[in-house]
Write a protein that binds this ligand. Structure first.
Ligand SMILES: [Zn+2]
Length: 96
């Protein structure tokens, strides 16, 4: 009897699963748009907020509150934290 064809064997996966280095926690808040006051005007029951938790250095940023502040925060938090993360050197992020 012939051996099973090799094409049935799956190539072994050698890539490691992606490492989670940080988590962005977002609370979208609760609010309604005040149409009579024009677009973008909201009455907030609870303002949106966000914070970043780093799994490498195990710190959490302060929570930012407010839709504009949250938007700005999300734009830059990853790069900003990478620059100051105290765990990055331990993990060998400085290749040189
Ligand atoms: Zn960190």
């Amino acid at each position: 009897m012939a051996p099973a064809p090799a094409s049935k064997a799956r190539p072994a996966r050698t890539e490691a699963p992606p490492t989670i280095v940080g988590v962005i926690v977002i609370d979208a808040g609760e609010g309604r748009e005040l149409k009579e006051q024009g677009p973008g005007q909201f009455r907030w029951g609870r303002h949106p907020s966000a914070r970043y938790e780093c799994r490498i250095c195990r710190t959490s940023t302060d929570t930012v509150t407010g839709s504009l502040a949250v938007r700005r925060f999300l734009d830059h938090i990853r790069s900003t934290h990478q620059a100051t993360c105290t765990g990055a050197t331990i993990e060998g992020a400085h290749a040189a």
